[in-house]
Structures are given as structure tokens and as C-alpha cells.
Design a binder for this molecule. Structure first.
Ligand SMILES: Cc1cc2nc3c(=O)[nH]c(=O)nc-3n(C[C@H](O)[C@H](O)[C@H](O)COP(=O)(O)O)c2cc1C
Length: 331
């Protein structure tokens, strides 16, 4: 994987104004999964959220998290934190590493993140969020994007001036998860509220919050009036959703593809994840791959105990045969 390249290439505007982007998902959207999604049609991908403070301190663990392959480009690196000076230093570092954009996380609802003043806590401290955007933009030639939620809670929505203020601070695009922090991940994402922010925004908006199928994602994109979509949970175990969204093929695996994709992902992961962690991380993906066909719960039960490449290969082959049979019967 390439890193430490010193000729940064800023992304072209069309790469942040639309399309179907793989959403950042901590624990899932590592380099292997991002490469698979890009090869199936994702317009752009985003790293898992990464601590700006860790990066600016030169933490080796944080650095390891940020390896990526050239075919992933355009790629956003997502930073989280609460101190503008950390973002400023981190922005310089990721620019030299040849990312295409820098994304600021102002949406993560997790207690540990919020209690340190990061993630969606920034939605309650707009002056700090704006300082973070300014500090980031001051130290990079890359476009800076910001991922927000609708606000802290329905009682504490975002100020109407926020899209303009973020733009003035240096943001080039927004991503809006159509839920409040108080919703966490439950309930339907609110398209009306995203549309209202999109109308006020001088810069392009990507909508996030519904990706369970090709059809529902397209409807969500239309209703939210955004220029593009972040595809999150709908891509887990189904990276083919990008092919369906792009209209270049089926939004589900064709015969043989479940097996070949699972093995390709595992082999790519094995190149940078030590074996003692590899199967544990892959199991997290397998429980998503083994969904939506008769007998899937049995596969998931076996998947969460898988400890070798050969076990995973047998499971993937068996599941593929079952799934292919179901498609044949449905035709
Ligand atoms: C397991 C998981 C991890 C996530 N990690 C991040 C993250 O690191 N950064 C971020 O901005 N959003 C994160 N999100 C939120 C997603 O990017 C997305 O906004 C949300 O899941 C709604 O979209 P979806 O319905 O398409 O999944 C995460 C979501 C999930 C389910």
C-alpha cells in the first residue's frame, strides 16, 4: 500500500459533489473493503475515523490504520478530535500522504468520543467546529469536507447559518447523516430535514442514513435533494450494491461472486493484518455476507467461530452454492 508520497493530488470537484460514496464505518471500512467497493463502482471511499491528536503525535498505530492502495483513490481521510491545533498538524500529514480529501467528523454519537468534545459534541460547540475547519483548511491544499448530523436532538437543531458558516470557514462539501445525536442509529433517517439543510447550503451535500437496498437508497437520495449518497450499512456484506446503484449490473452477488469476493477481501487483509487479528476482523464481515438466504443463520453461527482460511473458504463456497440455487429458482 502506498503512503508517504510527497506529491499530493487534490480531488477534482466532481469527485466530491456526488455519486455513491462508501461511508466511513469504524471497524469495517479498511483498505481491503474499500478496494472491493471501489472496484464495484463506489465513486469515492472514506477511511475509518482516525484521531487527529494521535496522528499529530506521530502514533504508529494511527499511522498503520491509514495505509491505502492507489486504486482506492479518490479517498477521503476522516479525522476526529476536539482541538483545532491537532487538526492543523494532522492536515499537513495526510496531505503529504496523498489522500484526496480531508473529512472532519462532527457526527459520531459514541459516548467515549462525545465526552472528549469530539464527534457530534461539536454540533453543540459550533465556534469550535468552525475553528477546526479553519485550522484544517489552513494547512492543506486538499478539499476539506465535514460530516454532520441534523443536530444534537430535535430540541437542539443546527443553526440555519451553519452551512454558510462552514463554507466561509473553508469547507468544500458536507455529508449529513439524517439523524440527531439523540437518535443514535435508530428510526428512519429524516429526508425532509436533510433537504432543508441542502437548500441552505452553498456547497454540495451528500446524504447519509438509508442504504438498505438499491431502490430505497435511490428514493432516499431523491427525497433528500442531495447531490450524492453515502452508502454505509447497506454495503456491509453487499458491496455489489454499488454496481446496482450505478446501473452497471446486479445489486447483489452473481453466482461465484460471494466466494470470490470473500476470499479476495481476506487475502488482501492478510497482507497488512497480523494473523492473530485477521480472522476476528473477517468474522465481523462474514456475518454480513451471510444474510438474506435460506440457512443464513447457520452460516453466521459457523462464521463467528472460523479460525482459518480454509474454514472461511468452505463456508463461502457452500453459501455461494446455496445463494446461486436460490437465484436460479427465482428466475
Ligand atoms: C459500524 C459503524 C461504524 C461507523 N463509523 C463511522 C465513522 O467512523 N465515521 C463516521 O462519520 N460515521 C460512521 N458511521 C456512520 C455511517 O457513516 C453512516 O452515516 C450511518 O451508518 C448511516 O448510514 P447507513 O444507513 O447507510 O448505514 C458508522 C456507522 C456504523 C454502522
Amino acid at each position: 500500500m502506498d503512503r508517504h508520497i510527497t506529491h499530493p493530488q487534490a480531488a477534482a470537484p466532481e469527485e466530491y459533489t456526488g455519486g455513491f460514496v462508501l461511508a466511513p464505518m469504524a471497524g469495517y471500512t479498511d483498505s481491503a473493503f474499500r478496494r472491493i467497493c471501489r472496484s464495484l463502482g463506489a465513486t469515492c471511499v472514506v477511511t475509518e475515523m482516525t484521531a487527529a491528536a494521535g496522528l499529530s503525535r506521530g502514533s504508529a498505530k494511527t499511522e498503520l490504520l491509514l495505509g491505502f492502495a492507489d486504486e482506492e483513490r479518490p479517498i477521503r481521510v476522516q479525522l476526529f478530535g476536539s482541538r483545532p491545533e491537532d487538526f492543523e498538524r494532522a492536515a499537513g500529514i495526510v496531505t503529504a500522504w496523498n489522500f484526496s480529501f480531508v473529512d472532519i467528523n462532527a457526527g459520531c454519537p459514541v459516548k467515549k468520543v462525545v465526552s472528549s468534545g469530539s464527534g457530534s459534541a461539536l454540533l453543540r460547540d459550533i465556534p469550535r467546529l468552525l475553528d477546526i475547519v479553519r485550522a484544517t483548511a489552513s494547512n492543506t491544499i486538499l478539499p476539506v469536507t465535514v460530516k454532520i448530523r441534523l443536530g444534537w436532538s430535535p430540541d437542539e437543531p443546527l443553526p440555519e447559518s451553519l452551512p454558510s458558516d462552514l463554507t466561509e470557514a473553508g469547507a468544500k462539501a458536507l455529508a449529513i447523516h439524517g439523524r440527531y445525536r439523540s437518535d443514535l442509529f435508530s428510526g428512519k433517517a429524516r429526508t425532509g430535514e436533510i433537504a432543508a439543510i441542502t437548500r441552505l447550503s452553498p456547497i454540495p451535500v451528500l446524504a447519509s442514513g438509508e442504504s438498505s437496498s438499491v431502490e430505497s437508497s435511490i428514493a432516499f437520495l431523491r427525497e433528500s435533494r442531495a447531490s450524492g449518497l453515502l452508502v454505509g450499512r447497506g454495503a456491509l456484506g453487499n458491496p455489489w450494491i454499488f454496481r446496482g446503484l450505478k446501473g452497471t449490473g446486479a445489486g447483489y452477488p452473481l453466482p461465484g461472486e460471494l466466494h470470490s469476493t470473500v476470499m479476495e477481501q481476506l487475502d488482501m487483509m492478510a497482507a497488512y493484518i497480523p494473523e492473530r487479528h485477521l480472522y476476528h476482523i473477517m468474522r465481523g464481515h462474514l456475518v454480513f455476507y451471510f444474510r438474506g438466504f435460506r440457512g443464513a443463520p447457520g452460516f453466521r453461527n459457523r462464521a463467528v467461530r472460523a479460525e482459518s482460511r480454509s474454514e472461511i473458504e468452505s463456508l463461502a463456497l457452500e453459501a455461494d452454492l446455496l445463494l446461486s440455487g436460490e437465484h436460479e429458482n427465482a428466475d
